[in-house]
Design a protein around this ligand. Structure first.
Ligand SMILES: [Zn+2]
Ligand SMILES: [Zn+2]
Length: 285
């Protein structure tokens, strides 16, 4: 059972090369996935070469014209993720309405019932587990940026239904990386998801609303209490801003324990936000 308080595990610790494909998988599955990944890299490389010279317009056209390897099974078709793999990922699961923990029922999980997080609700596409964890791992560590657009489109499709029944956010804000990590990676995967998500939903997004004041390091070895201490004061608003009465949605690639999102939501509420939603591509089960 996860509590609140995040993690940072994914953003703070780059896996060793090979670990991305090999985590907790049987050897035959690893071999199959390595072959799929190799096929996918070849297809993406050809598409990138074809599109790179002529800029974004041609990139869009190339997406329509060139075949693509499904990021999960390697099937060559025209989508980033093939229809059968997408159907597996998007199969409805009853989750805690506050923290999106899969629990087979739509009631608050024991952790949220005992101690509600600073955010009010969380949405996710699915669990951060094999095989769909590859979507986030390939985005973050393999720089497979088309995956961010695919994840954003799927999130938008689910959220449009949810927000037909309740107020949509006024503003989307990605969980920021530390300046050091942003410089090392070259992009913030949370913003790569938030930007197309805002476009799909017709909402405003601010990539610099929150700043990470310091690198909080790997939290993998920390328990929840230690994570919360480690994250205290990690975020601040990037400029003097009041969020009075606003509904702000925090966007991230993965939610593990929820500590990072809890800390960031607390900062938004301290600056007047009335409601904070969390939107994550995947959620650790
Ligand atoms: Zn597939
Ligand atoms: Zn919960």
């Amino acid at each position: 059972m996860q509590g609140h308080g995040q993690t940072g595990q994914q953003e703070n610790q780059e896996p060793a090369r090979g670990q991305i494909q090999d985590q907790a998988r049987a050897p035959d599955e690893c071999g199959r996935r390595a072959r799929w990944a190799a096929a996918g890299r070849q297809v993406y490389a050809r598409a990138a070469l074809a599109a790179g010279a002529a800029g974004k317009a041609l990139a869009g056209a190339a997406e329509l014209l060139l075949p693509s390897a499904c990021a999960l099974c390697g099937a060559v078709q025209r989508q980033v993720v093939c229809a059968p793999c997408a159907a597996d990922l998007l199969r409805p699961v009853r989750r805690c309405p506050a923290c999106a923990l899969a629990q087979g029922r739509h009631f608050h999980c024991p952790a949220c019932a005992a101690s509600p997080p600073a955010y009010d609700q969380a949405h996710t596409l699915g669990d951060y587990a094999s095989p769909q964890d590859q979507l986030v791992l390939a985005l973050k560590f393999g720089h497979a940026l088309p995956l961010a657009g695919w994840l954003a489109a799927r999130l938008a499709a689910g959220l449009q239904g949810a927000w037909a029944r309740q107020p949509a956010p006024d503003l989307l804000a990605p969980i920021p990386l530390s300046p050091q990590r942003l410089a090392a990676r070259g992009f913030n995967q949370a913003w790569e998801i938030a930007r197309p998500l805002a476009r799909h939903l017709g909402l405003r997004a601010d990539p610099v609303l929150l700043q990470r004041q310091r690198d909080t390091g790997s939290q993998r070895a920390l328990d929840l209490a230690a994570r919360q201490v480690n994250l205290r004061g990690a975020f601040r608003l990037a400029r003097a801003a009041r969020l009075d009465g606003m509904h702000v949605a925090l966007v991230d690639d993965v939610m593990t324990s929820g500590a990072t999102l809890h800390e960031a939501a607390g900062v938004l509420k301290a600056h007047g936000a009335a409601r904070v939603s969390v939107i994550v591509a995947l959620r650790t089960p």
